[in-house]
Write a protein that binds this ligand. Structure first.
Ligand SMILES: [Zn+2]
Length: 138
C-alpha cells in the first residue's frame, strides 16, 4: 500500500512505477505496508481512505466525550462546601486526613484529598499553614 502526500492511500504492485490516483504525482509516495494478497491490500486501502467527514465526526465526538469526562471530574462549589464544612477542625483549619475523612463520609471518590487540596490552594480557597494544615479562607 502506498500513501501520497495528498493523503490518498492506494494499492500498487511492489516496485511498480505508480502514480497517485488523486493528484497523479509519483514523487511524494511512501510505502505504508506490503501485503501478500490483493484482498488484504484492498481492505487496507479502503480502511485507510476513510472519508474525511467520518474522521471529523469521530474526532468531534471524542472531543465532547473528553470534555464531559473532565467536567465530571471537577467539583461543584456545593460539593466543595460540603467537603470543607465536614473537614473543618474546631480552629477552622483542615488537614489532609480530615479532608480525606470527609470525602469518605460523603462517598466522594472522584479524586484524592491531595489533589483536591492542590485545587483549593490554586483557587485560593485555602491557605497553607504548614505541611499538614490549611486555613479555610471562604
Ligand atoms: Zn496524491
Amino acid at each position: 500500500m502506498l500513501r501520497c502526500q495528498c493523503g490518498r492511500n492506494f494499492g500498487s504492485r511492489a516496485n511498480s512505477n505508480a502514480n497517485c490516483p488523486r493528484c497523479n504525482k509519483k514523487t511524494s509516495l511512501t510505502t505504508i505496508k506490503s501485503f501478500s494478497s490483493s484482498s488484504e491490500l484492498r481492505d487496507a486501502v479502503s480502511k485507510a481512505n476513510v472519508p474525511d467527514e467520518i474522521i471529523n465526526e469521530l474526532s468531534s465526538r471524542l472531543a465532547s466525550y473528553e470534555k464531559s469526562e473532565r467536567s465530571n471530574e471537577g467539583f461543584t462549589s456545593d460539593d466543595i462546601n460540603k467537603i470543607l464544612s465536614l473537614a473543618k477542625l474546631p480552629d477552622d483549619s483542615i488537614t489532609l486526613s480530615s479532608l480525606n475523612e470527609s470525602m469518605i463520609k460523603l462517598n466522594i471518590k472522584k479524586m484524592s484529598a491531595e489533589r483536591l487540596i492542590e485545587i483549593l490552594e490554586t483557587s485560593s480557597m485555602v491557605l497553607r499553614n504548614s505541611n499538614t494544615s490549611w486555613s479555610v479562607l471562604q
